[in-house]
Design a protein around this ligand. Structure first.
Ligand code: PEP
Ligand code: MN
Length: 347
């Protein structure tokens, strides 16, 4: 059960609901959004019904929800959400392109990649500073030095930055540089990390675990929401199947399925799913056609020399082709490419 507080509800109103629920033997989880506070109730639903919470001051609605994820469900929030990242909207009616290198290597490589991202139609920059690598001998990322480079490139280009955070202890550090925190496929069920980003003040990009069902993915999002952070964008990035021709199998049907179940925007990663440059454009067309709210794509000035995932990075002519696809296809389907933000110096 979920109690939706009115925008004008006071702290005393919220405390009163929490105390009532606790006195009835339940637990109450307060989640503060930008416009309203939501209280998730865990315990005996029948007993909560008897409390007649709707009659209390500041309560606007009491919702009984049948799915196990509550705050991220459309039962709770029927209209699809728009999430703003450094002023860039992601949500219905739009196709938001996020692009950049898999990993930050040098200031020059990151700036050149950001320019390539802009040429491809991107309004946000991606780039890893903390890399969750399968091999402990592989490049692990530049850490804070990488975050500094991303912040410098944001200042130069105006592109808000999304970058991965791999452990709860670095959430504050990454939040101090990034506009959006990425939780990668390998971390989707790191519940302490989910709670830590749920307590952070930045929006979260939650990738689907490569072995996770849609319900497990939405429950992971619920962990974040339950800590008060409802600014979540979901990213389908391919799941493990028997198929070996591609790195992972892009579950294209996850997009309409999740958009029906959850109000959160859903984007697709056509780079990490296929793991092959030649698949990025076809999968991008599929993503836009199926209704994805955006894409996140790897680009690199010299893919052959990339320290991570060069095989899937777009470069050269592919960037021009990407720009054509994202400028023409959304419009045919009644949506718009999200415009790039204007850099502060150019306003
Ligand atoms: C990435 O986007 O850099 C990444 C590591 O992705 P994933 O978690 O989907 O493998
Ligand atoms: Mn990668």
């Amino acid at each position: 059960m979920v109690v939706v507080m009115a925008p004008e509800a006071t702290q005393a109103d919220i405390d009163a609901v929490v105390e009532l629920v606790q006195a009835a033997g339940g637990e109450a989880f307060v989640s503060r959004g930008v416009s309203r506070t939501i209280i998730g109730l865990v315990g005996d639903v029948e007993q909560f019904g008897a409390l007649n919470l709707r009659s209390y001051s500041g309560v606007s609605d009491v919702v009984r929800i049948s799915v196990p994820y509550k705050l991220v469900s459309r039962e709770h929030h029927p209209n699809r959400s728009v999430i703003h990242v450094g002023g860039v909207p992601i949500g219905p009616g739009l196709v938001t392109v996020i692009a950049g290198p898999c990993t930050v290597e040098t200031p020059e490589q990151t700036l050149t990649s950001a320019r390539m991202a802009q040429a491809a139609g991107a309004s946000m920059l991606r780039g890893g500073a903390f890399k969750p690598r399968t091999s402990p001998y592989a490049f692990q990322g530049l850490g804070e030095a990488g975050l500094r480079i991303l912040a410098d490139v944001r200042a130069e280009t105006g592109l808000p930055v999304v970058t991965e955070v791999i452990d709860p202890a670095s959430v504050d550090l990454v939040s101090s540089y990034a506009d959006m925190l990425q939780v990668g496929t390998r971390s989707m069920q790191n519940f302490t990390l989910l709670q830590a980003v749920g307590s952070a003040s930045k929006p979260v990009l939650l990738k689907r675990g490569m072995n996770a069902t849609i319900e497990e993915w939405l429950m992971a999002a619920e962990y974040i929401a339950q800590r008060g952070n409802l600014d979540i964008v979901l990213c389908e990035r391919g799941i493990r199947t028997f198929e070996t021709a591609t790195r992972n199998t892009l579950d294209i049907s996850a997009v309409p399925v999740v958009q029906r179940l959850s109000h959160l925007p859903v984007i697709i990663d056509p780079s990490h799913s296929g793991g092959r440059r030649d698949l990025v454009l076809p999968l991008t067309r599929a993503a836009i056609a199926v209704g994805a709210d955006g894409i996140i794509v790897d680009v690199h000035p010299q893919p052959a020399a990339a320290m991570c995932d060069g095989d899937q990075a777009l470069t050269g002519d592919d960037i021009r082709e990407m720009a054509t696809v994202v400028r023409t296809l959304p419009r045919l389907l009644g949506r718009e490419l999200t415009p790039a933000p204007v850099p502060a110096g150019a306003r």
